[in-house]
Design a binder for this molecule. Structure first.
Ligand code: FES
Length: 142
């Protein structure tokens, strides 16, 4: 039911943890299952994602998709990171069962929320980036 890659990233998640004083951080939640994902970005002066970490309070597929998503955005520019969609994450994981597709959406939204926060802090606009729907960062900081 789960691909070997999903199992691998679930058992050995890459880039789990947090970044102190991140360039951008975003937290998103899925109202239906209650799972929460937080993504931290460390972006250098030229807009390249130097480091990325995540924390996921959620199901196994959410852990695996966050792990894969961090691997896909690391070393990319913030603009390129926008192309790391949930589809790209799923493909990189050799697929997910249909009931688990929403978990990969959480990963995409977490990246977008962290990028949104980064852009806000920098006072820049990342072309094509929309305010993420599931963003609960503001709620958390309230
Ligand atoms: Fe909700 Fe996986 S069941 S993120």
């Amino acid at each position: 039911m789960y691909s070997e890659k999903v199992m691998d990233h679930f058992n050995n998640p890459r880039n789990m943890g947090e970044i102190e004083n991140p360039s951008g951080v975003g937290t998103v939640g899925n109202a239906k299952c209650g799972d929460v994902m937080r993504m931290y970005l460390d972006v250098d002066e030229s807009g390249v994602i130097r480091d990325v970490k995540f924390k996921t309070f959620g199901c196994g597929a959410a852990v695996a998709t966050s792990s894969m998503a961090t691997e896909l955005v690391k070393g990319k520019t913030v603009q390129e990171a926008l192309q790391v969609t949930n589809k790209a994450v799923m493909e990189a994981l050799d697929g997910l069962p249909p009931v688990k597709v929403h978990c990969s959406l959480l990963a995409e939204e977490a990246i977008h929320a962290a990028l949104w926060d980064y852009a806000k802090k920098q006072g820049i606009v990342i072309e094509g980036l929309k305010e993420p729907v599931g963003d609960i960062t503001a709620l958390e900081n309230a």
